[in-house]
Design a protein around this ligand. Structure first.
Ligand code: NAD
Length: 441
């Protein structure tokens, strides 16, 4: 299939108080197609002043009761309309997500459907937020009343752009909060397209504001702003730590969904096909750019060699290609920065372990941030590639033997909080995705 999206380099501004406004600095930054390395858009580079403008708009929408007094049923209806609009434009959004992030079109289609489903879920939930009456003596009345927190500052990563935005926006809108969302600078485009519809779908000005920009400028200003009541962040553990420190100054509530190095553990006696396919899916879906990627593959010694062999044979058949081609199972990484980061881990891995497959750049691509699906084996559990999040298509296979308790001792010491909604969503999505992306026949 060839793209129906022409290479028109568009410019996107910030969406503040129901208006498209330029950055106060007048600066823009380029956004790329990682498969061609071409610039596909220019986006306003938000400043602290732009963030302040957006927070004041969100504050006004909240403090004047314009939004919290809108009935929960009406907030739900707006969310349903957003979901419908996303579904009606799913093909176009999927194509844009695919071009901007490098993920295969089939996965991008799945993501856009997921984003719509998220808005539908919270649309239904909006008018079902209940409290409790607590048992107290007869001369007293005690109850809990759930109220919106206020202005939510929302910062998201680039690996599932519209899905991440919907996970932040939908619950906040349903609850009656107002929002200032900062997309990842690498992948803002689908969110900007959706912001185009806010007004016609009935979202009052100031309820959702979108400020583009870099993390250290727009993101940091949002976290530090005294007018923000809560920060909801998804991204790296390093930035998460900075956010907690900065947010402490203004005693904001903070929700963090950070990175990980998830173990997948396989014992002798496992359903063979499901185990091998599951291991491949776990680490190679979305080019391995997944916070819960099963990048540490612990395999019981009795089946270890055969398992590595079977994974390797199947990994050879993963089709790398242009993200818009329907047969493509793996596209490029999202950016040059990510390509360099993953490539440097490939060099580390070659010193620390043995390579079963991959380990470099696939030769067939002249351009694009492509990396081969890579399987390292005989990896020591203390190796860097067993402990550090690579966020790319790189598996570390680690043998273990002994009682079923053995791998528990081997599991990396650090765990980061993974939101319940995310965990549930991944479980729900896993089987469908496995089939959709062809990692499972
Ligand atoms: P990142 O932390 O570099 O960036 C995430 C977001 O934070 C971006 O919007 C960025 O602009 C912003 N940011 C950067 N510095 C900031 C600062 N000083 N103050 C405020 N905001 C700042 O992460 P990334 O490279 O975009 O994404 C990859 C990471 O995200 C991985 O570690 C991955 O595991 C994690 N992630 C976690 C989940 C989850 O649900 N737990 C989901 C997806 C990604």
């Amino acid at each position: 299939m060839s793209s129906s999206v022409k290479t028109v380099v568009r410019a996107y501004q910030n969406y503040i108080n129901g208006q498209w406004v330029k950055s106060s600095s007048g600066e823009m930054f380029p956004v790329y197609d990682p498969s061609t390395e071409e610039v596909i858009a220019h986006v306003a580079s938000g400043t602290a002043a732009d963030v302040d403008h957006a927070v004041k708009a969100a504050r006004a929408a909240f403090d004047t009761d314009r939004w919290p007094r809108t009935s929960a049923a009406e907030r739900g209806r707006i969310l349903y309309r957003l979901a419908e609009k996303i579904r009606a434009n799913a093909a176009r959004l999927a194509e844009l997500e695919c071009r901007n992030s490098g993920k295969p079109i089939v996965e991008a289609e799945y993501d856009i459907a997921d984003a719509a489903t998220c808005f539908e879920y919270y649309a239904g939930l909006a008018n079902k937020v209940l409290g409790h009456v607590n048992p107290v003596p007869a001369n007293a009345l005690s109850f809990t009343l759930r109220e919106p927190v206020g202005v939510a500052g929302q910062i998201i990563p680039w690996n599932y752009p519209l899905v991440m935005a919907s996970w932040k926006l939908a619950p906040a809108i349903a609850a009656g909060c107002t929002c200032v969302l900062k997309p990842a600078e690498q992948t803002p485009l689908t969110m900007m397209e959706v912001a185009n519809w806010f007004e016609e779908l009935g979202l009052p000005p100031g309820v959702v504001n979108v400020v583009n920009g870099l993390g250290e400028t727009a993101g940091a200003a949002l976290v530090a702003h005294p007018g923000v009541d809560k920060i909801a962040f998804t991204g790296s553990a390093a930035v998460g730590k900075m956010i907690v420190k900065s947010a402490a100054d203004t005693l904001k509530r903070v929700t963090l969904e950070l990175g990980g190095k998830s173990p997948n553990i396989f014992f002798d006696g496992a359903d063979w096909e499901a185990a091998v396919d599951g291991a491949l899916f776990g680490v190679f879906i979305n080019q391995g750019e997944v916070c819960s990627a099963g990048s540490r593959i612990l395999v019981e010694k009795k089946i270890y060699s055969k398992f590595v062999e079977a994974m390797t044979e199947k990994a050879k058949r993963i089709k790398l290609g242009a993200p818009l081609e329907r047969e493509t199972k793996m596209g490029p990484l999202v950016s040059k920065e990510q390509y360099d980061r993953v490539s440097s881990y490939l060099e580390v891995g070659k010193k620390e372990a043995k390579v079963a497959i991959g380990g470099g750049r696939p030769k067939q691509f002249g351009k694009g941030y492509y990396v081969e699906p890579t399987i390292f084996y005989d990896v020591d559990n203390n190796a860097r590639i067993a402990r550090e999040e690579i966020f790319g298509p790189v598996a570390s296979v680690i043998p273990f033997e002994g009682e079923p308790e053995a791998p528990r001792r081997e599991v990396a010491p650090r765990r980061h909080r993974l939101g319940q909604s995310h965990a549930t969503n991944l479980r729900r999505s896993a089987v469908g995705r496995l089939q959709a992306v062809g990692l499972r026949p």
